[in-house]
Design a protein around this ligand. Structure first.
Ligand code: ADP
Ligand code: MG
Length: 243
């Protein structure tokens, strides 16, 4: 197995060191993460692959400040966000400003149309409405779903909803994007289209992106892949096939 060099994280990216997560206590405790170590450079898209129950979702939830790890260290950009405890009291701001999520289920807001679902976070962050909507339409176009811009989420197919949720994760240009099985409901061409957009975003905005997947269609696109098994990570060189 080939171990590529640790990326330069001076200007951003993600660093995870010795991360551990135990759910519950005593006899019923489950050690979901034992010793996770990962580094993702700014501008890089890495894959995270592992069998069901190996800790992939737990890792993304810890990194996304949705659940609290048990111990270890996590750094986003220049800031240590967790060091055997959160370093900031404002986890909502951390999630809103630093991290874009793409979940397995799209979780779109049912009473907003597609454009406003994508434009909402930038608007909340103070971007003028017209500008936020223009940016939303640009992303919807790139994700091949602009023809649904005025539709309500309930009128879309599962694949369309997923592409809208990816546009939403990119809208705020967060320095970190965490995607849990983002291409599962998509056909081959659209799955590769999503990977193309994520790679473009990484390059243009120096975003660090982790994609949890077992989708054979997209695995050949990664230059580096972390395998997780029983809560421990191993790094491997991928094929990095151009998109
Ligand atoms: N909220 C929870 N409470 C207790 N155990 C959990 C919880 N969430 C996940 N687990 C356990 O942690 C382990 C890792 O789960 P998960 O992170 O969902 O794995 P994956 O996403 O790779 O399928 C599994 O054994 C799972 O049963
Ligand atoms: Mg999972």
């Amino acid at each position: 197995m080939n171990t590529p060099s640790i990326p330069n994280l001076a200007s951003g990216g993600i660093l995870i060191e010795g991360l551990r997560k135990v759910y519950g206590q005593g006899d019923t405790a489950v050690e979901a993460l034992k010793n996770v170590n990962m580094a993702v450079a700014p501008g890089e898209v890495v894959g995270l692959v592992g069998p069901s129950g190996s800790g992939k979702s737990t890792l993304l939830k810890c990194l996304g400040a949705i659940i609290e790890p048990t111990s270890g260290r996590m750094t986003l950009g220049r800031d240590v966000i967790y060091d055997n405890g959160w370093t900031t009291p404002d986890l909502r701001a951390l999630r809103r400003d630093r991290i874009g999520f793409v979940f397995q289920a799209p979780y779109l807001i049912p009473f907003l149309d597609v454009t406003d679902n994508v434009a909402l976070l930038p608007m909340l962050a103070g971007v003028p409405n017209a500008q936020a909507r223009a940016r939303a339409l640009e992303l919807l176009t790139a994700l091949d779903v602009a023809h649904r811009a005025q539709a309500q989420p309930s009128q879309l197919s599962g694949g369309e909803q997923q592409r809208v949720s990816i546009a939403r994760a990119l809208a705020n240009r967060p320095p970190v994007i965490l995607a849990d099985e983002p291409t599962a409901p998509l056909d081959s061409e659209r799955a590769l289209g999503v990977m193309r957009i994520l790679n473009q975003m990484a390059r243009q905005a120096q975003t660090a992106i982790i994609v949890v997947t077992h989708d054979e269609k997209i695995i050949p696109t990664f230059e580096r892949i972390y395998h997780i098994r029983d809560g421990q990570t191993v790094e491997e060189a991928g094929e990095g096939r151009a998109l």
